[in-house]
Design a protein around this ligand. Structure first.
Ligand code: ATP
Ligand code: MG
Length: 567
């Protein structure tokens, strides 16, 4: 896809254009170095995948490097499990930081020295105001802030207090180090932002060494600078932090990376924000970070997404400067397009109805040849067992057929895929519920393989599974996790959780699958003919007893529903 900035299609996205200009001007000796800076406080989601792809691919395109740097400045919220999952997911997506794994905590001493330097140049001070006072004195978007009574402290006093903060002499939250910029700035980020806070919390990597922790804006830009990052690519919410990013670096006179912001990824019917995803996990609205309904990388992987389908999706949406919401269907289409080419076809019946073929010899079975993938001849064929009793989908039979219902009904003839034509002769109902429990049919032995000997036309082809040979399995069918296209939109208070779709997960037990699937391996994906793509669950499956998750339907039924709703 071509990207657009101001409605003009350009061959390169705007970030690559900026970088190419920097190289042409000889900046950084033509070097390109980026980084991906996750906070290890949750699992990665598809929005992060976009940031990962932007940072790693751009470095690669320009023959540069990309670091992985954990922004571990928030002990308590962070967890080694999260860091592990982040590394696993980046590798799985196909990106490599080589030996360049860093942590903001690697730089705590250097950052502390930089802070002393700013105090000495009169650009930072220790403030003893309470958090409430500071919030109040910060002003608002429309009114300027008020200077702190501590703003004019002497350099000596500030140095003394800050060193004692570092030595652990003061209580949590009792003092902060602030940059001395401008309480009247229209940009709230420049109203003497905090650089250090006191928090005596154990850190996963540095233990209790540091009673003070740097704030994001202070740690982030300087970590970029220390690593020699040339282009700091981040999402748009950091745009009005850029003046602060630049201020810190300029005051210290250190290496100056260029921050460039791009649009955050939003996807309809989803929430792409860690702090909300955490609530879904912790409150049990989903079955963990890798729930197949979550668009975390772990959830997408379990659902059946491949790295190549995710990368194809990201390449398709491109990188733009303005925020927008991408339709969920584009993500699903990327997977569908790939699986159509690669997934072996099989037959499985999710809501089974038994059909007895009364003129088929009792006790006889046979093997019929089925094509593995019509899109890929090299995938070959397999043999599928057939017998007197088979299962078809309940919805493929109607005792009293509606108009234009061409599937099985009394007197109707249909084709069984790769097998025979059958004609319904009769059916049995449950005397209590009136439900059809069994259908009787006769087959035409002349139609073996599903071909008509006399050219007679058959309108419907059904998938089926031999009753005697069927593998019984659990299959889970998923729908959008939220029923609202924008779950963050709610009226009068409320919560995004009110938009959760109560029917997002349907567990079907007793599904009947063709027996070849007993050998399906965790993570493998198949096309169940006429139904969709199904992936063997990596958590709940056992050897010989796969559990399937629907990765994606065969067609985009949701947009059809929406179109109908509109018309
Ligand atoms: P939260 O989702 O709670 O706001 P976060 O996703 O920003 O947190 P980080 O670990 O700080 O968590 O994100 C790492 C990087 O990923 C950041 O540089 C950020 O720019 C980028 N990123 C996060 N979400 C998205 C998104 N939806 N689209 C593009 N980039 C994103
Ligand atoms: Mg963040």
């Amino acid at each position: 896809m071509t990207e657009t900035t101001d409605d003009k299609p350009i061959s390169r996205d705007f970030i690559r254009t900026f970088i190419a200009e920097d190289i042409a001007q000889g900046k950084n000796g033509g070097r390109v170095h980026t980084r991906f800076p996750p906070e290890p406080s949750g699992y990665l989601h598809i929005g992060h995948a976009k940031a990962i792809a932007v940072n790693f691919s751009i470095a690669e395109d320009f023959g540069g490097k990309c670091n992985l740097r954990f922004d571990d400045t928030n002990p308590g919220k962070e967890d080694p499990e999260f860091a592990e999952s982040i590394m696993r997911d980046i590798k799985w997506l196909g990106f490599d930081w080589e030996e360049r794994l860093f942590h903001a905590s690697d730089y705590f001493e250097q950052l502390y020295q930089y802070a002393l330097q700013l105090i000495e140049s009169g650009d930072a001070y220790v403030d003893d105001q309470t958090a409430e006072e500071m919030a109040k004195n910060r002003g608002t978007a429309t009114s300027p802030g008020t200077n702190s009574p501590n703003r004019e402290r002497s350099v000596e006093e500030n140095l003394d207090l800050f060193k004692r903060m570092r030595a652990g002499e003061f209580e949590d939250g009792s003092r902060v180090l602030r940059a001395k910029i401008d309480m009247g700035s229209p940009n709230l980020n420049l109203r003497d932002p905090g650089m250090y806070r006191i928090r005596k919390v154990e850190h996963d990597r540095v233990g209790m060494q540091w009673p003070i922790y740097p704030m994001y804006d202070w740690a982030h830009g300087l970590s970029d600078s220390i690593e020699g990052v040339t282009h700091s690519l981040c999402s748009l919410e950091f745009e009005n932090h850029r003046p602060l990013y630049d201020w810190c670096i300029e005051r210290l006179g250190v290496f100056h990376p260029r921050q460039i912001e791009f649009a955050r990824l939003n996807i309809s019917f989803n929430i792409l924000s860690k702090r909300y995803m955490i609530q879904l996990v912790e409150e049990g609205h989903v079955d963990g970070w890798d729930d197949p309904r979550m668009i975390t990388i772990a959830g997408l992987r379990r659902r059946g997404y491949t790295p190549s389908s995710i990368r194809a999706f990201l390449a398709g949406i491109g990188v733009a400067k303005f925020n927008s919401t991408i339709e969920m269907v584009l993500l699903e289409n990327a997977l569908r397009t790939e699986l159509n080419k690669t997934a072996p076809r099989v037959m499985g019946v999710l809501k089974p109805l038994k059909v007895v073929i009364t003129n088929y010899p009792e006790g006889q079975t046979e093997e019929l040849e089925a094509v593995n993938n019509p899109e890929d001849e090299s995938a070959g064929t397999r043999m599928v067992p057939f017998g007197r009793e088979i299962y078809i989908e309940q919805e493929d039979f109607m005792a009293e057929p509606a108009k234009k219902f061409w599937r099985l009904a009394p007197g109707n003839e249909v084709r069984l895929r790769y097998a025979y034509y059958i004609t319904c002769t009769d059916f049995v109902t449950d005397p209590e519920s009136g439900e059809v429990t069994e259908v009787h049919a006769i087959y035409d032995p002349q139609t073996k393989g599903g071909d008509s000997p006399d050219g007679r036309k058959i309108k419907a082809t059904l998938h089926w599974v031999s009753a005697q040979h069927a593998l019984e399995a659990e299959v889970r069918v998923f729908d959008h996790l939220f029923k609202h296209p924008n779950p963050m939109e709610f009226r009068k208070g409320g919560s995004f959780k009110n938009h959760l779709n109560p029917d997002s997960k349907q567990v079907l037990g007793g599904c009947k699958l063709e027996p070849s699937l007993a050998g399906a391996k965790a993570g493998e994906t198949f096309q169940f003919e006429r139904l969709g793509y199904y992936t063997v669950d990596t958590v709940d499956s056992q050897d010989g007893a796969p559990v399937f998750n629907r990765a994606v339907a065969l067609r985009d039924s949701w947009s059809k529903v929406q179109k109908q709703a509109k018309s």
